[in-house]
Design a protein around this ligand. Structure first.
Ligand code: HEM
Length: 456
């Protein structure tokens, strides 16, 4: 629990508090969320020490500090998830691989997110979003947007990416088990009955069983060019790279993909809907852009969207970027120091865990004018406030471990925004907007209650 400094280095350790024995400051962090880091950053500076999830940790904020860490992947730092995350995702996951193995696995994954593959997923994603919005609109009660967005991103991952043909009932069971898994991915690694960690292990085993069944029953299309979904692309890509995947590797990769997409995309979808509700002028400007591109006629979105049409929707691009700046779903990434090094005038000793912060870096970056305001035009061609070095804006991380699903997530959010602007009427169902919490991803305390209406 008491972390020691590297005596060979003259620099001091970062300032900060290690909290209580064993649990450190985990409870403070869990209950205070974003305020926990903000208060310590104000007190101790951009690089401070704390103790979370059973281990000492140095938390790092600021574009220059984050750049040094992310560019130092493999030399200064390497990946280091909390023990619970590591165990639950498994030894074959990207999250747990380093060096050449990581590079090789990433190469296999990359094809799943190529331009060509995204183009083939587009109509299916649009269909899943349209069906979901129809269900939301036909419900006489307000929708819990965060929960239902989780269901939507889960459907996108299971049906569109993996091509699993499961019944509604099976889908619901898988979804509930997955929620249990995600809720316990960041837990204290204490394997006792009723601990979150044990629940997570049970959920993982059950998911792996269902996924193995779905993979065995799924018709695979790995011959020729006619891939049906990402799993087909993945298997084909593995073959091309001479990597025959075992069933265990496939199951872990599948869970990792759903995990990476699930809460992040749901969080961003919820934040998008909340900002469109808060800023009717932004929604109207979006509608105007759709009208100008011939996509909106008589208040309704017309026809199938093509990738080149989406690229031309510049204001839409600004809106999505601004949502991800102000409400970055992932607060940061975990690493471990492979050697002692200097950061912002203090030492990061070899063997210590380090977490780079995305949200705090956005919140404190001087390149963004009026940093707390929701202002999509800051990303317009005239202003492009993010041009000052890319580590001021990093919702998808950076360096060799940056988000592989970045283009897919952005495409999904754009399609959702187009459908919301083009085909939906929606109103906040509570008197005031809810408070936000940031663990494990940013989301509203009440899930965000919204009434959706079909168009008359
Ligand atoms: C990694 C954010 C959606 C797949 C990451 C990282 C971030 C991130 C910050 C880097 C973490 C680190 O440095 O340790 C997001 C956000 C999303 C999103 C904000 C939605 C708005 C997705 C989707 C997928 C995906 C939809 C795939 C279906 C991955 C994978 C990695 C990753 C596989 C690990 C890459 C590696 O270790 O090499 N994501 N992500 N993400 N993301 Fe995403």
């Amino acid at each position: 629990w008491t972390a020691t400094r590297d005596k060979g280095c003259k620099l001091p350790l970062p300032k900060g508090s290690m909290g209580f024995p064993i649990i450190g400051e985990t409870c403070h962090w869990f209950f205070q969320g974003a305020a926990f880091h903000a208060s310590r950053r104000q007190k101790y500076g951009n690089v401070f020490k704390t103790h979370l999830l059973g281990r000492p940790l140095i938390r790092v904020t600021g574009a220059e500090n984050v750049r040094k860490l992310l560019m130092g992947e493999h030399s200064l730092v390497t990946v280091d998830w909390p023990q619970s995350t590591s165990t639950l995702l498994g030894p074959n996951s990207l999250a747990n691989s380093i060096g050449d193995i990581h590079r090789k696995r990433r190469k296999i994954f990359a094809k799943v997110f190529s331009h060509e593959s995204l183009e083939s997923y587009l109509p299916k994603i649009q269909q899943v979003i349209q069906e979901t919005l129809r269900v939301w609109s036909s419900n006489p009660e307000p929708i819990n947007v965060y929960r239902e967005s989780q269901r939507l991103s889960f459907q996108m991952a299971v049906r569109v990416l993996l091509g699993f043909r499961v019944s509604e009932e099976e889908m619901h069971c898988l979804f509930c088990t997955f929620q249990e898994f995600v809720e316990n991915v960041f837990s204290l690694p204490i394997d006792l009955p009723f601990t979150g960690y044990r629940k997570g292990i049970r959920a993982r085993d059950s998911l792996q069983k269902s996924i193995e069944k779905a993979i065995r029953e799924k018709p695979l299309h790995t011959q020729g060019k006619d891939y049906a979904d990402a799993l087909d692309v993945f298997l084909k890509s593995a073959k091309e790279n001479n990597a025959d995947l075992t069933m265990q590797e496939l199951k872990e990769s599948t869970i990792e993909l759903i995990f990476a997409a699930f809460a992040t995309t749901a969080s961003a979808s919820t934040s998008l809907i909340m900002q469109l509700l808060r800023h009717p002028a932004v929604l109207e400007k979006l509608r105007e852009e759709l009208r100008n591109c011939g996509l909106l006629q008589d208040g309704l979105c017309q026809g199938e969207l093509r990738p080149d049409t989406i690229i031309n929707l510049k204001y839409l691009d600004c809106v999505i970027k601004e949502v991800l700046r102000l409400f970055a779903p992932v607060s940061g990434g975990y690493r471990i120091a492979t050697q002692t090094f200097e950061l912002d005038g203090v030492q990061v000793p070899k063997g210590w865990s380090v977490m780079y912060s995305i949200r705090d870096t956005h919140d404190t970056s001087a390149v963004f004018k009026d940093v707390e305001a929701f202002d999509p035009d800051r990303f317009s061609a005239e202003r492009s406030e993010d041009r000052e070095g890319r580590f001021h804006y990093l919702p998808f991380g950076g360096g060799v471990r940056s988000c592989l699903g970045k283009q897919l997530a952005t495409l999904f959010l754009k399609l959702l925004a187009v459908e919301l602007a083009g085909g939906s009427r929606f109103e906040l169902a509570t008197r005031t907007f809810p408070r936000l919490i940031s663990v494990p991803v940013v989301h509203p305390t009440d899930g965000l209650r919204v009434k959706f209406f079909g168009l008359d």
